[in-house]
Design a binder for this molecule. Sequence first.
Ligand SMILES: [Zn+2]
Length: 178
Amino acid sequence: MDEPVIDLQSDQHFMDEALRQAARAYDASEVPVGAVIVREGRIIARAFNQVELLKDATAHAEMLAITQAEEVAGDWRLTDCTLYVTKEPCPMCAGAMVHTRLARVVFGVSDPKAGAAGGALNLLQFPTLNHRCQITGGVREKECRALLKNFFAEQRAAENPGKKNGGNISENAHTISQ
Ligand SMILES: [Zn+2]
């Protein structure tokens, strides 16, 4: 199989599309993460985080985009696809990326506490698993980070005094500010 072409300009272009998805999550009061999946230079799936809307902890942007892409491809194998996501994928999403054999994963801001693309651990290139994804991080990092930082700052500001946020949100906010 040919190596996927890595082109910084198109990476930025597709990350902008993922950022547009993340902005939709922001508008829906969801943690602003967006993802798109690209095959042969075309976007075949776009999604944003919908954990609150769907009341489903698995409804991360990447999971929703992967399901869409599988439908478009008519196959669970996404061997010739690249996934763009604004934040480094968590272990659940990284697991799905390995299962669907994505060629390449491009992310914006890294997550040193929970990221599974090299931040906290590297499931995308785990030696004993039967597939490894190429990884490119730091694409449109500033924009991706700013969106998350603003979101968590707004959440904190909207908090009732004396009422603490859920652990995840505080923890994410801390992670992102690093
Ligand atoms: Zn995830």
